[in-house]
Write a protein that binds this ligand. Structure first.
Ligand SMILES: Nc1ncnc2c1ncn2[C@@H]1O[C@H](COP(=O)(O)OP(=O)(O)OP(=O)(O)O)[C@@H](O)[C@H]1O
Ligand SMILES: [Mg+2]
Length: 228
């Protein structure tokens, strides 16, 4: 049921990477997952053609502006998790997808310029909330951050989002070779081997934490809606 969109008009912040990591982690836990690859370049469909994609993870790669809402609704009626990877521009497809989301994940690298782009995505979400008269849960996901150091700039950006009521994930998707490697070799962090890439254990733990936090966030927002 839940529809999770990865959105940011900034290119290259890790939307597709995060979509594949999250979907693979949910699939590993045994549920069926569909990724709707709504980017006209179809990066997730290209990944899915390589070996190692979990059998219970399907990629739908025909979505267009004209079909995206129907694609999301039809898929959400059939499978427990739908993940929508969006293109890195502002488009009607992005706006439509957000309007149907149970959670919008906004990947952002930890710089002020990237934060400004994330703020654009948040403004779009708030417009869609008004247009559709419903709350659209969302949170910023810091990506490509260093596993070793916690820069002050990132702390500052986090507290700025916080002061504007914008939640951020506790988990950051660090800059990791394994997260690039899945797009070269195919598969997931669980099918990569130590001879293909180093630092696998850290990457696996990072993805586990991300998956668990998304599930916990969905649960919290569902409870809130039920209580309202
Ligand atoms: N956490 C990460 N660790 C290492 N490399 C990463 C990470 N996240 C993204 N990358 C790399 O950064 C580049 C852009 O990532 P990705 O394609 O996921 O971004 P995107 O937001 O989907 O881009 P676009 O807007 O073009 O769709 C890719 O080369 C990818 O391998
Ligand atoms: Mg992408």
């Amino acid at each position: 049921m839940p529809v999770i969109c990865l959105a940011s008009s900034k290119g290259g912040v890790g939307k597709s990477t995060s979509a594949v990591l999250l979907a693979s982690e949910l699939a590993r836990k045994g549920t069926a997952v569909v990724i709707i690859d709504a980017d006209p370049n179809r990066p997730v469909a290209t990944w899915a053609r390589r070996p190692g994609k979990p059998a219970n993870l399907t990629v739908l790669s025909t979505a267009t502006e004209a079909t995206i809402i129907d694609d999301i609704e039809e898929t959400a009626a059939q499978v427990p998790f739908v993940i929508v990877d969006l293109e890195g521009t502002a488009s009607m497809t992005v706006a439509y997808a957000i309007s149907r989301a149970d959670l919008v994940v906004i990947p952002s690298q930890g710089s002020q310029l990237d934060a400004a782009e994330a703020a654009k995505a948040i403004r779009l979400i708030r417009q869609q909330e008004k247009a559709f008269g419903r709350t659209i849960p969302h949170a910023v996901l810091f990506t490509r951050t260093s596993a070793a150091i916690r820069p002050r700039t990132l702390q500052h950006i986090k507290s700025e989002f916080d002061s504007h009521g914008v939640p951020a994930f506790e988990t950051q998707l660090h800059e990791r070779e394994a997260f690039r490697a899945i797009f070269s070799f195919g598969g997931t962090v669980d099918t990569l081997t130590g001879s293909q890439v180093s630092g696998l254990e850290g990457a696996v733990n990072n993805v586990r934490m991300f998956g668990a936090e998304v599930v916990a966030m969905l649960r919290r927002t569902k409870d809130k809606v039920a209580a309202a």
